[in-house]
Design a protein around this ligand. Structure first.
Ligand SMILES: NC(=O)c1ccc[n+]([C@@H]2O[C@H](COP(=O)([O-])OP(=O)(O)OC[C@H]3O[C@@H](n4cnc5c(N)ncnc54)[C@H](OP(=O)(O)O)[C@@H]3O)[C@@H](O)[C@H]2O)c1
Length: 349
């Protein structure tokens, strides 16, 4: 970050630059009072121009406790009350994947712009329905796949384009957390499974590094007793390049991403929120280390992009256009077909 337009992070966070459009307040209404909702509220609390305005839960007492904990203005005991509130500028959907389409369409009923957690929906059919409805009504919506919005994306891509590792030919990335005790992840009715929850990140890492989508995939999985994928490994072809990607809810992994080139290779530490990039030469010795500037939590970038898009009256974010969301959902459908994950609400349709 070389330009400095002003400080937009409050309190003790490391200041990073933001352009001059970053002014005025955007009231966030958070739909669902779970884990990521709490992380995001903590992030918003440290930003300027973006406000923790309202929270909705299916249980009012849960919403009220969340409101108090995060210093919010409003608590609602139903999702519809939140999307109907005229003071909400952006609805942030944080429910399980299976609920995203219905929640987004509820927000559209009140013409509310939406930031929707990943995976955008349970499948491509739902994504197409949601995106075309928002486009028809000219209402903004984007997918909260945070790594697409982070500065590390450009840093990694520019390193590849600089030729420092030569021509990339192979990539390896993983993301595994031992989180199968989290009911949402193993519940087919929530569109659970490692792929949609965590596998999205290694695949996104490969897509961003190669700036392309795979032309062929081969996937293998082990399944939970409930019938969703527990561990998924996949091989992907990107023209002449290849990728090996894996994800699991069974245990932890190092979260590394490696991009191998004809002259050397680079390692991204934590593809889920990149911390450090190490470049290795042909002799496998490190030649350069780049530490990624730390902002608040990493979730600030997608909010910042939403604010800019709303101020420019755009219908999507350039970091994650609707066409990319649709393509990603199509890839997940294809992988799920290979590994045999069908959600109950998709059967007999
Ligand atoms: N970007 C990231 O880094 C990141 C990290 C974690 C999760 N996520 C995504 O965020 C979403 C939520 O994940 P989470 O870990 O926050 O989940 P969570 O802790 O289980 O919370 C989900 C919330 O959704 C609401 N909900 C609505 N219908 C539900 C149903 N049928 N079953 C269970 N909960 C229901 C509940 O809120 P109320 O009871 O308050 O209504 C619940 O607290 C997922 O799409 C996930 O992939 C993203």
């Amino acid at each position: 970050m070389t330009q400095c337009f002003g400080e937009w992070i409050r309190r003790d966070a490391t200041p990073v630059s933001f352009p001059v459009w970053y002014s005025g307040n955007m009231n966030i209404g958070i739909l669902g009072a779970g884990g990521i909702a709490s992380t995001m509220a903590g992030t918003i609390a440290r930003m300027h121009g973006i406000e923790n305005y309202a929270i909705a839960s299916r249980d009012f007492s849960k919403a009220e406790a969340f409101r108090k904990a995060n210093g919010m203005v409003k608590a609602y005991g139903s999702y519809e009350e939140l999307v109907a509130d005229p003071k909400v500028d952006l609805v942030y959907i944080t429910t399980p994947h299976s609920q995203h389409a219905a929640n987004a369409l509820l927000a559209l009923k009140y013409k509310k712009p939406v930031l929707c957690e990943k995976a955008f929906t349970a499948n491509q059919k739902e994504a197409r329905k949601v995106l075309s409805a928002f486009e028809k009504e000219k209402v903004f919506i984007t997918e909260a796949i945070w790594t697409r919005y982070m500065p590390s994306r450009t840093i990694i891509r520019n390193l590849i384009l600089s030729g420092i590792i030569g021509e990339p030919y192979l990539l390896e990335a993983n993301l595994c957390y031992g989180n199968k005790n989290h009911a949402r992840l193993t519940d087919p009715l929530c569109a659970g499974g490692a792929l949609l929850d965590m596998g999205i990140y290694p695949l996104t890492f490969a897509v961003m590094a190669f700036a392309a989508y795979p032309d062929a995939l081969q996937s293998f999985a082990t399944m939970t007793e409930t019938g969703v994928d527990e561990t998924t490994a996949l091989f992907a072809s990107f023209g002449a390049k290849r990728a090996i990607l894996y994800t699991s809810m069974d245990g932890v992994s190092d979260r590394n991403g490696f991009i191998y080139g004809t002259k050397g290779y680079l390692q991204v530490q934590n593809i889920n929120n990149p911390e450090k990039i190490t470049i290795f030469g042909g002799n496998r010795k490190p030649v350069k280390i780049i530490r990624i500037p730390h902002g608040i939590s990493g979730y600030e970038w997608e909010l910042r992009s939403c604010k800019k898009a709303l101020e420019e009256k755009a219908l999507e974010c350039p970091e994650m256009p609707h066409s990319d969301t649709l393509t990603m959902m199509g890839l997940f459908d294809a992988i799920r077909k290979q590994i045999g994950v069908v959600y109950p609400f998709e059967k007999h349709k």
